[in-house]
Ligand binder design. Structure first.
Ligand code: PLP
Length: 362
C-alpha cells in the first residue's frame, strides 16, 4: 500500500487528530503484564444498570430486525415530562456528543468562530476543526470557567459558545446566576451550549439551566447524557433541551435511526425508573467527598469538583505519575504536561487509586 491515502481527503479531516478514548483495562493489563486493573479513565458509572434497564435491553433484543423510531417519540416525551418542558423542546441523539456534532452541522460554517473555555471537553476542538471553523479558547482561571472572558471573546463571527458545567476535566461548575450574567452580554444570534453531562452529580444550589435560563434565552441549548449517572455509556444516548425552533433545525441533521432501538428502550426504562438511581449517585457523590478529603489531607490542592471525577494538576510530572498509576493497575486519563483526571469509582476502586497514588508520588 502507498503511504498516501486514496481520494482527496478534506484538509479539515487530514489535519484532524483522532479522538483518544480513555484506555481500556485489557490494554493496560497487556502493556504492564498485570491483572485486575481498574478503569478510572472515562467517567463512567462503576455500577451495572438497574434490573429494569437490563430487562428492557433483553426484551428489545428480539426486535432489532426492525429499524428504530427515528424520532424516538416515546423517549422524547418521557424526557419532556421529566423536566416539565414541551415535547417539541426535546430531542435525543447518539450520545450527547452526537447532539453536539449536530449543533455544529446546524450552525457552524467554515471560517466561523467557536468560543469555549479551555481546557475543556476534547470533542469541542475536534468538531470545530471538522467544520473548518476557528476555535477561540478562553483560558480557565484556577480550573474554573471565566464567563466574563467567554462573553468578551464573542465576535461577529462567533456562531457557537460551548460551556461544560461541571467543566471536564477540571471539575468546577458554574451557577445559572453566573450564566445569566454571561448570556446578557451575548447576542441572540449566537447559540450557547450548556453541556451538562454530569448534571446529576452537581449540587442543586447551582441551579437548573432548563428552568432558570431557557425561558428567557431562546439561544440557549442544554445537553445532558444518559452515559454518566444513568450508566448507559455503552449504548449512546444523550438529549438536548432548547427552544422548539432549535430542535426543529437540529433534528434535520440526525443520521437516520442514529439512536438505536435497544438504546431507546434502555433509556426509556432508565428515565421511568430514575428514582432507583439515586442511591448509586449518592454513593458516588459521598465517595467523591471522601476521595477529595483524603487527598487534601495528604497535601493536594484540588479544584472544587462537582462531577464524578477529580483532577490532579501535575504539570511535568503528569506522564510519569500516569504510568506509575497504570503499573499499579489504575488506569486514569492523562493530559500531557498538565494533569490527570481520575473518575470516582466504587469504594474499593477509590481505595486502590488512593493507595497507588501514594506510592506513585514518592
Ligand atoms: C462524557 C461527556 C459527554 C459525552 O456524553 P455522551 O452522552 O456519552 O456522548 C459530553 N460532554 C462532556 C463534557 C463529557 O464529559
Amino acid at each position: 500500500m502507498s503511504a498516501e491515502s486514496p481520494g482527496a481527503v478534506r484538509p479539515a479531516v487530514s489535519q484532524l487528530p483522532a479522538y483518544r478514548p480513555g484506555k481500556g483495562v485489557a490494554q493496560a493489563e497487556a502493556e504492564h503484564g498485570i491483572t485486575d486493573a481498574i478503569k478510572l479513565a472515562s467517567n463512567e458509572n462503576p455500577y451495572s444498570p438497574i434490573q429494569q434497564v437490563v430487562d428492557a435491553i433483553a426484551a428489545a433484543a428480539v426486535e432489532v430486525n426492525r429499524y428504530s423510531d427515528h424520532r424516538a417519540s416515546e423517549l422524547r416525551s418521557a424526557i419532556a415530562e421529566w423536566h416539565g418542558v414541551g415535547e417539541d423542546q426535546v430531542t435525543v441523539g447518539c450520545g450527547s456528543v452526537g447532539l453536539i456534532q449536530q449543533l455544529f452541522l446546524t450552525y457552524v460554517d467554515p471560517g466561523d468562530e467557536v468560543v469555549t473555555p479551555w481546557r475543556s471537553f476534547e470533542v469541542y476542538p475536534i468538531d470545530t476543526m471538522l467544520m473548518g471553523a476557528q476555535l477561540v479558547p478562553v483560558p480557565l482561571v484556577d480550573g474554573a470557567v471565566d464567563l466574563d472572558a467567554v462573553a468578551g471573546a464573542v465576535t461577529e463571527r462567533t456562531k457557537l459558545v460551548l460551556v461544560a458545567t461541571p467543566n471536564n476535566p477540571t471539575g468546577p461548575a458554574v451557577s445559572t446566576d453566573a450564566l445569566r450574567a454571561m448570556l446578557k452580554q451575548i447576542p441572540r444570534r449566537v447559540i450557547v451550549l450548556i453541556d451538562e453531562a454530569y448534571r446529576e452529580f452537581v449540587d442543586p444550589s447551582f441551579g437548573d439551566p432548563v428552568h432558570d435560563l431557557l425561558p428567557d434565552f431562546p439561544n440557549v441549548v442544554v445537553t445532558r447524557s444518559m452515559s454518566k449517572a444513568y450508566g448507559l455509556a455503552g449504548l449512546r444516548v444523550g438529549y438536548l433541551v432548547s427552544d422548539p425552533a432549535v430542535v426543529t433545525e437540529v433534528d434535520k441533521t440526525l443520521l437516520p435511526f442514529a439512536v438505536n432501538f435497544v438504546a431507546q428502550e434502555a433509556a426509556l426504562a432508565a428515565v421511568r425508573h430514575r428514582a432507583e438511581y439515586q442511591s448509586k449517585i449518592d454513593v458516588i457523590m459521598s465517595e467523591r467527598e471522601r476521595v477529595v478529603s483524603e487527598l487534601e489531607a495528604t497535601g493536594w490542592q484540588l479544584f472544587p469538583t462537582q462531577a464524578n471525577f477529580v483532577y490532579l494538576e501535575l504539570g511535568d510530572r503528569t506522564d510519569g505519575i500516569y504510568v506509575e498509576l497504570e503499573r499499579r493497575g489504575v488506569v486514569t486519563r492523562p493530559f500531557a504536561g498538565e494533569g490527570i483526571r481520575v473518575t470516582i469509582g466504587t469504594p474499593a476502586e477509590n481505595d486502590q487509586f488512593l493507595a497507588a497514588l501514594a506510592e506513585a508520588i514518592n
